[in-house]
Design a protein around this ligand. Sequence first.
Ligand SMILES: CCCC/C=C/CC(=O)SCCNC(=O)CCNC(=O)[C@H](O)C(C)(C)COP(=O)(O)OP(=O)(O)OC[C@H]1O[C@@H](n2cnc3c(N)ncnc32)[C@H](O)[C@@H]1OP(=O)(O)O
Length: 303
Amino acid sequence: MALASGVRFAERALLRPWALLRGTTLGRTEPAAGGGGDGARRFGSQRVLVEPDAASGVAVMKLRNPPVNALSLELLTELVISLEKLENDKTFRGVILTSDCPRVFCAGLDLTEICGRNPAHCAEYWKAMQELWLRTYLSSLVLVAAINGACPAGGCIIALSCDCRVLADNPKYRIGLNETLLGIIAPFWLKDTYVNTIGHRASEQALQLGSLFPPAEALQVGLVDQVVPEDQVQSTALSEMARWLAVPDHARQLTKNMMRKATADRLLRQRDADTQNFVSFVCRDSIQKSLQAYLEKLRQRKG
Ligand SMILES: CCCC/C=C/CC(=O)SCCNC(=O)CCNC(=O)[C@H](O)C(C)(C)COP(=O)(O)OP(=O)(O)OC[C@H]1O[C@@H](n2cnc3c(N)ncnc32)[C@H](O)[C@@H]1OP(=O)(O)O
């Protein structure tokens, strides 16, 4: 069944001039351990490991940008390309997004991409971030986030762009948008994604306070759909996937588009202005100082 013209329009509208980037090694295919046929072949790139299961139509996509899966320009690019590859392959109907790095799902923006960088680099980086959000938010595939580690800021946004979230029950695995604690402000489309998930009042509080919710609170506020013991995250994500895949694709996709299109269109209409705002904001001396101080604090926290 063809997708609605709205879905096609939104997908076509996504620009990706930055797609061929330095340092990416895309499109490698290798046999999975013990695997043989096509359904058991892994593919992916240096920072994104894709384990496809053709029989079920589900692929597991693992972020592997150690130590904390910070969203470097390369990781953003490789994520978009891996997702696009699966979307273009009719074998696949769903993706489970998870982390290959212990204890961290994703640390959010790679702060080294916006600290001490020139405006052109910050602009390129922000466009890549917008692109990943648009791709995940509007994906025709079912996306389930299997959150097996800490999930702050940009990590939380990736999870919220999925259709469903399963979080491991570990008090260290907190999730939320903590931008204000870094002295920065979530752009409107991060805010919209938050509001669409947990409502206006809860977002108003959580965004201003920069709240990072431990699992039980994340479940209560509606940031995640299930909290389960760590060793059950993957199996629970698969069960959730089965529930979503039981629905005919065309009906689910059109409904998803109906729910999400207005939010995505808002960014599509003002992508350049959003990029300019981001660049002029992060390049301010005062913001650079805050970001440097935050990075320094992270580095000193160690050991
Ligand atoms: C202007 C509008 C912009 C709005 C959008 C903002 C969205 C964002 O995503 S802002 C980024 C916010 N992210 C965070 O606040 C997370 C910071 N990191 C952490 O809290 C912790 O690292 C962790 C809970 C994710 C993991 O803790 P763990 O103890 O396992 O690891 P660490 O020892 O803290 O870190 C190891 C290593 O990684 C560096 N690092 C951590 N996070 C980032 C990051 N976001 N960008 C770049 N680098 C990061 C950390 O400094 C350590 O580096 P060294 O090994 O060199 O010391």
